[in-house]
Design a protein around this ligand. Structure first.
Ligand code: SF4
Length: 125
């Protein structure tokens, strides 16, 4: 869905500027941003909104049955629900440290799913 107007709070830093983003005649204008980073965020938010997916996945470890994960980069907002559902089919095995890929090209989205916590190796039976 394309929009021509958006009001949103910039999430690029804690200052949280309130932005108005408008598209008219092929031009996008951003008001309310205190810096270029926020202007760029406002443009992206209007033209191609995306979010980093966070969640947890199952593991093979009985000591730590769930592992927190995130996507390496933001994914298109309209793919977020589908990607969240795909987390349920992931099973992680240790050892992993934060930043290690759990799944490459997660759900065919072209981004890796990363561990955000340590997962120790499975203990021997
Ligand atoms: S516009 Fe700039 S200063 Fe304002 S919240 Fe966004 S990043 Fe921070």
């Amino acid at each position: 869905m394309t929009r021509d107007f958006l009001e949103a709070t910039c999430v690029e830093c804690p200052r949280g500027c309130r932005l108005s983003v408008r598209r008219a005649g092929g031009e996008v204008s951003v008001s309310g941003a205190a810096c270029p980073r926020g202007e760029a965020w406002g443009r992206r938010e209007l033209l191609s909104p995306a979010r980093v997916l966070t969640g947890t996945v199952r593991t093979t470890s009985s000591d730590m049955p769930r592992l927190p994960v995130r996507t390496r980069e933001a994914i298109p907002l309209d793919k977020l629900m589908e990607a969240a559902r795909a987390l349920s089919s992931v099973i992680a095995s240790g050892p992993l440290v934060p930043g290690d890929p759990v799944v490459e090209d997660f759900a065919g989205l072209g981004v890796d799913l990363l561990a955000t916590a340590c997962l120790p190796p499975d203990s021997l039976p």
